[in-house]
Write a protein that binds this ligand. Structure first.
Ligand SMILES: Nc1ncnc2c1ncn2[C@@H]1O[C@H](COP(=O)(O)OP(=O)(O)OP(=O)(O)O)[C@@H](O)[C@H]1O
Ligand SMILES: [Mg+2]
Length: 224
């Protein structure tokens, strides 16, 4: 299980310190879709990047299965990210000269390429993109491209998927499709989604609200 305790983050610029996170303590039990909500500037992205080890907190600790991410070496953190974590960002960041299928497989080791290809095709099918694996990103809609990015995040079978505003660039219909794919993954994994759009978290199991760097209500069960 992923937990964080008393996370503080200060951004220090020349003459200014921003206290972006002020003592955030949270648990992310598995088999749930967790939402992190809050207004712009409340610290959502900062928290997400600390949780996945991409950013170091000023103080506080992040633990995965009891082991401190904060105290790992850079190599240990990188290995954790590649083996156990998946990422979805606001923009899909697909490579234009690779097909959808090739984009999904871009980080896959050659030794498992044939089994991964079968899995990628089944992910595309589950995401409503069956038969589109040979299309280039320029031939896909924004919503389809983002679903390819979700498939790329899932191909390594991650225990935890971190998503920062995955639906912000999409219309509602495509946003719901992306959220459905993430909710399906959360049935037997952990998914943490940052968003400012409450509609996108209708299927979430727990929603954590951030305001000005503080948690305002801890782990409210979501009312569906
Ligand atoms: N690199 C940085 N340097 C200085 N201050 C930063 C930096 N990144 C973020 N901040 C500040 O930290 C605070 C939290 O930022 P963060 O990006 O985590 O918010 P957010 O909730 O994700 O906002 P948004 O919804 O707009 O993406 C904000 O006040 C922001 O201005
Ligand atoms: Mg953000």
């Amino acid at each position: 299980m992923l937990t964080c305790s008393d996370i503080c983050l200060d951004y220090v610029e020349a003459t200014r310190v921003t206290h972006a996170l002020k003592g955030v303590t949270l648990e992310f039990p598995p088999n749930k879709l967790h939402g992190i909500m809050g207004p712009s500037g409340s610290g959502k992205s900062s928290l997400l990047y600390i949780l996945c080890g991409l950013k170091a907190p000023t103080s506080g600790n992040v633990l995965i299965d009891g082991k401190s991410i904060t105290k790992m070496t850079d190599a240990e953190r990188a290995s954790l990210r590649s083996k156990q974590f998946g990422f979805v960002f606001q923009q899909p960041f697909l490579l234009n000269y690779l097909t959808a299928l090739e984009n999904i497989l871009v980080g896959v080791s050659p030794s498992v390429l044939s089994t991964a290809t079968i899995k990628a095709e089944s992910l595309l099918e589950n995401l409503g993109l069956g038969g589109m694996g040979d299309k280039y990103p320029s031939m896909l809609s924004g919503g389809e491209r983002q679903r390819v990015a979700v498939a790329r995040a899932l191909i390594g079978n991650p225990d935890i998927v971190f998503a920062d505003e995955p639906t912000a660039a999409l219309d509602k219909e495509n946003g719901y499709k992306v959220m459905k794919a993430l909710a399906d993954w959360a049935v037997d994994h952990t998914v943490i989604v940052v968003t400012h759009d409450a509609d996108m978290l209708k299927g979430a199991d727990e929603i954590h609200h951030l305001m000005n760097g503080c948690l305002v209500d801890n782990a409210q069960p979501n009312v569906r």
